[in-house]
Ligand binder design. Sequence first.
Ligand code: TYM
Length: 334
Amino acid sequence: MIGDTKVLFSGMQATGNLTLGNYLGALKNWVNLSDEYLCFYSVVDMHSITVRQDPAELRKRARNLLHLYIAAGLDPEKAVIYFQSHVSGHAELAWILNCFTYMGELNRMTQFKDKAAKHADNINAGLYTYPVLMAADILLYQADVVPVGADQMQHLEITRDIAQRFNKIYGDVFTIPEPFIGKAGARVMSLQNPEKKMSKSDENPNASIYLTDDPDTIVRKFKRAVTDSEGMIAYRDEQPGVRNLLDIYCACTNHTPEEAVNEFAGQGYGTLKGAVAESVVSVLRPIQDRVKELEKDKAYIDRIIKENAEKAEYYANKTLRKVKRKIGYPDRIR
Ligand code: TYM
């Protein structure tokens, strides 16, 4: 909360190729929620360096992600769309919060365990304290609500725990954030293994729909999507492949699962796959077109980057000043 205004914070990593999961689980809800809150949408480039990055590639991807935020419908004149690395308060607060986070808590983070297994040659301290930087992102802006996919729930819980611990010692410093997890699209699963989440780091390109995929590729990937041998379109745990297709369809068309099941009653999986592909194409195509336009408008994007970094910094510094006083850092003499 800032004054009387409720605050929303969320972010996305500029690593790898963004997937339909990122869009349906997060970005789409950001757009829907934007009017109600003072919104901060960060391109979290500081989180990206927890795994090795090619510098030129990271710079390019970070900028592309900013284009995508705007192309998806976020208004950069209203919402504060910015690069995390442009606001040094994230790193400063992360250090402070590191001193209020227990190793036992971080040891329980499933994403750390997964990533450590994937990057066994580079299990660095940043990968380990990644959730603390995420807590700093959220708490720095006094966020009331954080729209994310279901996979980020554990990180939201630790953020709340850290904030509550801090508040207990120093009084009401931080707003305790609530996660916002959408009904449809909160956990988009791999098209090749519906027990696993759709992920940008999947080695099988048929497992994920990338936000840059063209219509033919999207149709082909859905055609190859793994289903089952039940031969019946139902929304239930026993048919995770079909349920995932229905979830994607519902998230793209704003239908409920019951409506979708009725619509496809008695039809084959081929029909369902075709309709899902079509719904995805019609959501992604306008976004892709807009990204292409924005790429050409360097001066406009540069202005957005400059102004929003300043705005974000203003709010970040407000919290940071308060936190520094509370913990006993000496006053700066100016
Ligand atoms: P990241 O970059 O992995 O993912 C960005 C957002 O996309 C959601 N998501 C999914 N949703 C549904 N189905 C999927 N298959 C799927 N895959 C990804 C994620 O839940 C996320 O909302 N640590 C975060 C970024 C972050 C952040 C923050 C988020 C840093 N600081 C503060 C919120 C608040 C991450 O790596 O997300």
